[in-house]
Design a protein around this ligand. Structure first.
Ligand code: ZN
Length: 70
């Protein structure tokens, strides 16, 4: 799952993979003139983790209703 955040330095969009983000990975802003390193604090990580959990539970419900295994 990828999320888009706004670069705090230049305001450009930065696409991050939530799995890498939650692992503490640093991302680089895609704007050629900026190239700032972006990472999130442990506190923000919890917020992202919560959002990912909710997203996945919704997704599982949707998949489950259209195709039931067994
Ligand atoms: Zn930037």
């Amino acid at each position: 799952m990828s999320i888009q955040i706004r670069c705090p330095a230049c305001g450009g969009n930065v696409v991050m993979d939530t799995r890498l983000l939650l692992a503490g990975h640093q991302f680089t802003c895609g704007q050629a003139k900026c190239r700032s390193s972006i990472s999130i604090s442990a506190q923000s990580r919890e917020v992202v983790q919560h959002a990912v959990d909710e997203y996945q539970s919704i997704r599982q419900q949707t998949v489950g209703s259209s195709h039931q295994p067994g």
